[in-house]
Design a binder for this molecule. Structure first.
Ligand code: FAD
Length: 381
């Protein structure tokens, strides 16, 4: 395994960092207070090519390998404080665009991918239900075959991007008796009669990423809306989770790098008892631990990218990556606050955003407990 990154990858990382510093700032606190989605940032990302990074050039994408995508997401996580925008980008890319690319028909790819890459269509995916969270495959939304299509009935919760989405990948069961093998994915356009999307839910974090509920009441979708084959939904879901559990969490790694740089600077400048606080071992060890977490997170994320670049599946490695990075981000967020003392508790330093983003990261894409269950399953338990 080669851990070096090429000069092209380094140059691309630099250009993503410069782009994020230049274009993805603005009044983040104001957007957060209003729960406003950063549309301008979204469109600028599309112009830069972010939404098209992993997509073939035939559809207008940049056709970058997984490692380069990962490096770019890490750079965005470091330089862009609008974590809600980044979260929405991640949902769009890994849980809607990628499934269309990997499982879609030629017609579906032509219909959706160019517009998703251009930022003209926003995507999301809808698996979780009021009674089916961690136990996702116990979902109750039904898709009943009728002449010319399927009729969806049921409800979804906590769906990222739903209030702004043009396209939702909806999972439903076409045969409840088959359990996970009866789950099927459907591409449902907004404004399809019978699909109702709520207003954005109020959340404690990621406030600039709109999250909603969806209900389906006799919602008729054509046969051509099915993604992949009947019963292929769980395979689609597993594949997209591998992408999300690596690329989304690369943004967290970037945020951890930013935290560390800021804390090192603070620890050098801030003096108590006649010396900089960085000279106190209890402070410097916190910073050393933050550095170690970044290194370990990077290693496992790059391993997942390396496997995916070679067309290998990485269900175990992506579960480990998600667990390690999400828990590390929480630990580092707590340390970063503590290192700054009372100043860390003041809004100016925005430690609350890191803490709450980190808390969310331990829940979505499968909770920490579920990642441990997956890892234990690979031990035969
Ligand atoms: C910000 C955010 C964005 C989200 N975006 C989306 C989205 O776009 N699309 C989508 O479909 N879903 C989305 N979700 C939903 C998310 O995937 C679920 O919240 C998550 O899978 C947990 O399900 P739950 O909330 O029902 O919790 P539950 O499953 O009820 O879990 C509650 C607690 O019990 C624990 N638990 C449950 N089962 C077990 C077990 N077998 N072993 C050990 N512990 C267990 C959990 O770990 C957790 O601590 C999002 C959630 C959040 C917070």
């Amino acid at each position: 395994m080669d851990f070096s990154i090429s000069s092209e990858q380094k140059a691309f990382r630099r250009s993503v960092s410069d782009f994020a510093k230049r274009e993805l700032g603005g009044d983040m606190r104001a957007r957060e207070k209003q729960g406003a989605f950063f549309w301008d940032g979204w469109h600028k990302c599309a112009e830069f090519g972010i939404q098209g990074m992993p997509m073939p050039s035939a559809f207008g994408g940049l056709e970058l390998d997984t490692t380069t995508c990962l490096i770019a997401m890490q750079a965005l996580g470091k330089e862009c404080r609008d974590s809600g925008l980044l979260f929405s980008l991640n949902s769009h890319m890994w849980t809607c665009e990628i499934p269309v690319l990997e499982f879609g028909s030629e017609e579906q790819k032509q219909k959706y991918l160019p517009k998703m890459i251009e930022g003209k269509l926003v995507g999301g995916h809808a698996m979780t239900e009021p009674g089916a969270g961690s136990d996702a495959y116990s979902l109750r939304t039904t898709a009943k075959k009728v002449d010319g299509g399927y009729v969806l009935n049921g409800a979804k919760v906590f769906i990222s991007n739903a209030p702004i989405a043009d396209l939702l990948l909806v999972f439903a069961t076409t045969n409840k008796e088959l359990g996970w093998a009866g789950i099927t994915g459907f591409l449902v356009d907004k404004d399809t009669p019978g699909m109702h999307i709520s207003k954005p839910l109020e959340k404690i974090g990621l406030k600039t990423s709109p999250t909603g509920e969806i209900s389906f009441e006799d919602c008729l979708v054509p046969d051509s809306a099915m993604l992949g084959r009947e019963g292929q939904g769980s395979a689609i879901f597993n594949a997209e989770m591998e992408w999300e559990r690596s690329c989304l969490f690369a943004c967290h790694l970037g945020a951890m790098q930013r935290q560390l740089e800021e804390c090192v600077e603070y620890a050098k400048d801030r003096e108590q008892f006649g010396q900089s606080i960085g000279k106190f071992q209890s402070v410097s060890h916190k910073l050393a631990d933050m550095r170690v977490r970044i290194e370990l997170g990077e290693l496992i994320l790059h391993k997942v990218a390396w496997m995916k670049s070679r067309g290998k599946r990485a269900p175990l490695e992506s579960a480990i990556a998600k667990l390690v990075v999400s828990e590390s981000y929480m630990d580092s967020s707590v340390d970063a606050l503590q290192v700054r003392g009372g100043y860390g508790f003041m809004s100016e330093y925005q430690a609350d955003r890191d803490l709450l983003d980190a808390a969310g990261g331990k829940i979505y894409s499968g909770t920490s407990e579920i990642q441990r269950n997956i890892i234990a399953r690979f031990l035969g338990l």
